[in-house]
Design a protein around this ligand. Structure first.
Ligand SMILES: [Zn+2]
Length: 134
């Protein structure tokens, strides 16, 4: 179609054909070209839109991945935090008895009393250890 149109256009410009035919050829060629351009544009747009679709899906997947990673990181941080708090509390509870003489920390009053009796027999025993069964 393009070849025919171009050919008739070329023939027309050589001056052997009447003006109406030249115009018709021109219109035909232009119509054809615009149709071609339109088709090209459409197929290009189809390609671009399918590409955009793929990219968009990939980006959405990436975003979801990032979101889930952030979620996991947050969860892990919260878990760590609560574990840390537990450990801190446990440590505090475990080392609640501090020897007033040597500042040694002991997990229970029994150990504290044994410690006090063996290490500081000359020091006066703290009143809280008086009734502890060692
Ligand atoms: Zn001590």
């Amino acid at each position: 179609m393009a070849m025919i149109a171009a050919h008739s256009m070329m023939s027309a410009t050589s001056g052997y054909r009447p003006l109406t035919e030249l115009t018709t050829s021109c219109v035909k060629a232009l119509t054809y070209l615009s149709t071609e351009v339109c088709t090209l544009r459409h197929s290009l747009w189809r390609h671009v839109s399918s590409l955009l679709n793929v990219v968009g899906k990939a980006m959405a997947r990436g975003h979801q991945k990032i979101q889930s990673q952030q979620k996991n990181a947050k969860k892990a941080a919260e878990k760590k935090k609560s574990q840390g708090a537990d450990q801190k509390t446990a440590a505090k509870v475990a080392l609640v008895h501090t020897c007033p003489v040597c500042r040694t920390q002991m997990p229970d009053p029994k150990t504290f009393k044994q410690h006090f009796e063996s290490k500081h027999p000359k020091s006066p025993m703290p009143p809280e250890l008086a009734d502890v069964q060692a």
